[in-house]
Ligand binder design. Structure first.
Ligand code: CA
Length: 230
């Protein structure tokens, strides 16, 4: 169910950076380096979104965009153009050629991710969901809200992030170090004991009455969200 994104970009450093960030957001990514190769590939498979560089070897991004729009299989394919050119005239030309959006290099990664999400939501609302469900726990990633059995669970920001992180891979055991990296990021001032404290708070918030504790402590390893807890 992950949306597929085809990245057509000849600068390897940039395409790898895009791949890394897109995969981290849960997209499936295919990178093609040349415009003409991308045209061939698009006859074999149609992604959910095309991230297209303007200047490409083989066939320019703008020409590829025009050709993609002429084929019935890809006429509605969402396209975001990437370009180093910031002139307004070029922007208009890009949009009139049929791109859905236009991002000028150098761009900020969070902004590009937001534009991709917005474009997908507009064009393919069922593919992009801000909800994750595991057992009787449901997260709304957009609203940063958690529900269990239909009741809202009030969580502090850290507990919320911890739960979201665990729910990203139910059943998988995360070490305290992995949880620190994933939830606290580069904050050097927290030690592994902090993880235990927040896991304890999360447990108390998420478990009421006879509800089962969804978090498993794996001795010597770390924590895991049970994939079968209800
Ligand atoms: Ca280029």
């Amino acid at each position: 169910m992950h949306p597929n994104i085809m990245v057509v970009e000849d600068e390897e450093a940039l395409s790898e950076m895009l791949r890394y960030n897109l995969e981290a957001e849960g997209y499936e990514v295919e990178v093609v380096e040349r415009g003409d190769d991308a045209e061939i590939r698009l006859r074999e498979t149609v992604p959910d979104l095309l991230l297209l560089d303007w200047m490409l070897p083989g066939l320019s991004g703008i020409e590829l965009c025009r050709r993609v729009r002429l084929r019935s299989e890809t006429e509605n394919l969402p396209i975001i153009m990437l370009t180093a050119r910031s002139e307004e005239a070029e922007r208009v030309r890009g949009l009139s050629t049929g791109a859905d959006d236009f991002v000028v290099k150098p761009f900020s990664v969070p902004e590009l991710m937001a534009r991709i999400k917005a474009t997908l939501r507009r064009t393919n609302p069922n593919k992009i969901s801000s909800r994750i469900i595991c057992g009787d726990i449901e997260l709304d990633k957009e609203m940063h809200r958690a529900h269990r059995n239909g009741r809202e669970v009030r969580l502090g920001p850290t507990e919320y992030k911890l739960l979201e992180f665990l729910m990203s891979a139910p059943g998988r055991v995360f070490s305290r170090e992995q949880l620190l990296d994933g939830v606290w990021g580069n904050d050097n001032y927290v030690d592994e004991r902090t993880v235990d404290v927040h896991i304890g708070r999360l447990r108390r918030s998420i478990t009421r009455g006879k509800e089962k504790d969804p978090i498993r402590t794996v001795r010597g390893s770390g924590y895991s969200l049970n994939d079968k807890f209800v």
